[in-house]
Design a protein around this ligand. Structure first.
Ligand code: 7TS
Length: 393
């Protein structure tokens, strides 16, 4: 059996999305900026796709959605754009507040901007892996121009206090950006209720194609164009539009929001079943209470079992999981969240992330529970022999 439980890294494409995209590789291949029939005939599908995205966010279409190549580009664009538009023009307001557990496309970009005079406060997670709204508010100074805080964390699934911070930012005339990559399709989103100025998303995290993402920009919170050379995307990002992928992202986003209920009932129940079984194993530690988390994610540590060893045992049995974000998996580092919440170093090396999708089945979870328990037993036996051998030596 093959079981894919690494849906926070990427997801399979929804078959409906694939079908919807197909004609745009074949007969409907015109450039939408061309004035002939080939160009004109693809425009309705583009408009429909963008309409789906506005609806999914419940955002008025006088706001802007800039289609990008991925969330990494969206996050780079918003931070560098704010630097050019606000900080470079008014260096007195050069302070950005963020969390210590953002994706590297936020944290590395901010470290890059530091060299250009941007002052950054990284707010740490608390002992549960959450972010305290008060800690974010306390980090703000009269120089703060932006708060950037992810909606849900990719490693733990823990949902951050976006609604409260968005209200606080608005009241204090501070820009607010949220990386909602791990929230789309998992939590209800309504931008008429949550006052974000900028929001990042990525199609391949919600059963759309890879290589396409978006940046929502609230009306009046303009960003400069960082890719010059054409009038595409209303002059906000030059380059010929990838019609097939944009069409795919539009439908994928619509489908993702349609399935939020299912994610929070059926898939949440499957995740809880997996979690209950793993938590019963001796010396296991799950990060964050279930109700704090997105319905599909579980980050667990099993003392005495290296995360990589468990990963390989699972992999041999056809189960895909991860030790954390794929963005850091080349370096066999300690899991950054486990380190951030201040658990002892061993737990950071024993973390396993399991992330489900709306396509995950009951049989797959039952199989995973079975394999996981056997692997834990096997690896514990090896590690105690190892500990004994070391002690004798
Ligand atoms: N932001 C968050 C919160 C993410 O989880 C990721 C990918 C990105 C941005 C980057 O997205 P992309 O569209 O540029 O690929 N996160 C992960 C992960 O958790 N495991 O692998 C990739």
């Amino acid at each position: 059996m093959r079981v894919y439980l690494d849906n926070n890294a990427t997801t399979k494409i929804d078959p409906l999305v694939k079908v919807k995209m197909q004609p745009f590789f074949e007969e409907l291949y015109g450039n939408p900026n061309s004035l002939h029939q080939y160009g004109m005939e693809v425009r309705p599908a583009l408009n429909e796709a963008l309409g789906n995205m506005y609806d999914a966010l419940n955002a008025p279409n006088e706001d802007d959605i800039i289609v990008t190549s991925c969330a990494t580009e969206s996050n780079n664009s918003v931070l560098k754009g704010i630097y050019f538009e606000y900080i470079a023009k008014n260096p007195d307001k050069n302070h950005i507040v963020t969390t210590s557990v953002e994706h590297p496309s936020i944290s590395d970009t901010l470290m890059f901007l530091k060299d250009y005079g941007v002052d950054i406060t990284f707010v740490d997670v608390n002992e549960n892996g959450g972010i305290s709204a008060q800690a974010i508010k306390d980090a703000v100074t009269d120089k703060t121009v932006l708060i950037s805080m992810m909606w849900a964390n990719n490693e733990t699934g823990i949902i951050f206090p976006v609604e409260e911070i968005s209200r606080f930012a608005k009241e204090n005339k501070i820009l607010f950006h949220t990386d909602a990559v791990q929230a789309i399709g998992k939590v209800p989103l309504d931008l008429t209720k949550v006052h974000v100025d900028y929001l990042t998303f990525s199609a391949h995290k919600f059963h759309g194609p890879k290589g396409v993402g978006g940046l929502y920009v609230k009306k009046g919170k303009n960003l400069p164009n960082l890719l010059h050379g054409g009038e595409q995307m209303g002059g906000k990002r030059a380059g010929t539009l990838n019609v097939a992928y944009i069409v795919g992202m539009g439908l994928a986003m619509k489908q993702a929001m349609k399935h939020v209920e299912i994610m929070n009932s059926k898939i949440r129940a499957l995740r809880d079943r997996l979690e209950d079984a793993i938590s019963q194993l001796p010396d296991s530690f799950v990060v964050g209470q279930t109700e704090m988390r997105t319905p599909n994610t579980l980050l667990v540590s099993l003392r005495g079992i290296e995360g990589e060893s468990m990963l390989w045992d699972l992999n041999r049995a056809g189960i895909a999981a991860s030790t954390g974000s794929a963005c850091a998996s080349e370096s066999l580092h300690a899991n950054p969240i486990m380190s951030a919440i201040g658990k002892d170093p061993e737990l950071a090396h024993t973390a396993i992330r399991l992330s489900l999708s709306r396509f995950t089945t009951e049989d797959e979870i039952d199989y995973t529970i079975d394999v996981f328990k056997k692997a834990a037993k096997r690896l514990r036996a090896i590690s105690s022999t190892y500990a004994y051998t070391n002690a004798v030596a």
